[in-house]
Design a protein around this ligand. Structure first.
Ligand SMILES: [Ca+2]
Length: 235
């Protein structure tokens, strides 16, 4: 080992795509967003060919038509790859043309942002899809279900994510393009306005993932194991 090696090892969670997930019991995390603006962010490392049909990053659905999904929809209407999407108000907000391949065994940063009547997706800081609709503005993403990372329990056999998830954050405001593109979301320092939950997965051991937003929304790990985080592998 070089004596000049000073970088701290970083961690993420590795999900097996079979039955792993993280549960955050406090459903007020999402319910405080309600029908307001939000930003969802995560860095993921996965391979499309190893996924189930609709692998999810976040879900709080209690049943069809409640809450929201944030993850990937199976190929659809000629898309070449799984489709980054948010589902709510009984709609899969997806764009099935020119989908980037985000599941290619590299780290990718993925953001979904709701601002009033618009949803925009960013992949690695670039806008990849945008929707404007009156159906976006007023729908409430609350549910009575806990928040899950890596699975949607309403569609239990088709939604387990296989791969690494890191740096998940939830904001109760629409971040600006500049904020999203600044890299701020890829390693959040200190408390930020509107940051309501932040899991950086830096524990590296144990079965709890800590919420570093200061709001105490710690999660319980079911099956997922500690692995090397994106900061160790991309810098
Ligand atoms: Ca991490």
């Amino acid at each position: 080992m070089s004596i000049f090696f000073i970088r701290k090892k970083s961690f993420a969670l590795l999900f097996d795509g079979v039955d792993d997930y993280v549960e955050i019991k406090n459903n007020r995390i999402i319910n405080q967003i309600g029908s307001g603006d939000f930003t969802l962010s995560a860095i993921v490392y996965a391979l499309e060919s190893e996924q189930k049909l609709h692998p999810q990053i976040l879900s709080n659905r209690q049943r069809e038509g409640t809450g929201f999904l944030f993850g990937f929809h199976g190929r659809w209407r000629g898309s070449q790859n799984k489709i980054p999407f948010v589902q709510y108000n009984n709609t899969n907000w997806i764009d099935y043309q020119n989908q980037p391949n985000l599941l290619n065994n590299q780290w990718h940063h993925f953001v979904a942002r709701k601002y009033q009547n618009n949803i925009t997706y960013f992949a690695d800081g670039k806008k990849i899809a945008s929707f404007t609709s009156s159906r976006i503005v007023n729908y409430n993403i609350s549910s009575r279900h806990p928040l899950l990372i890596g699975w949607d329990s309403v569609n239990p056999s088709a939604t387990h994510f296989k791969g690494k998830i890191d740096e998940v954050s939830i904001w109760n405001r629409a971040l600006s393009n500049a904020e999203i593109q600044s890299g701020m979301l890829k390693s959040i320092r200190g408390r930020k306005p509107g940051l309501i939950s932040y899991w950086s997965f830096e524990e590296g051991s144990g079965n709890i993932v800590r919420d570093y937003s200061g709001n105490g929304n710690h999660g319980m790990i079911f099956g997922a194991v500690w692995t090397t985080g994106w900061l160790s592998e991309c810098r």
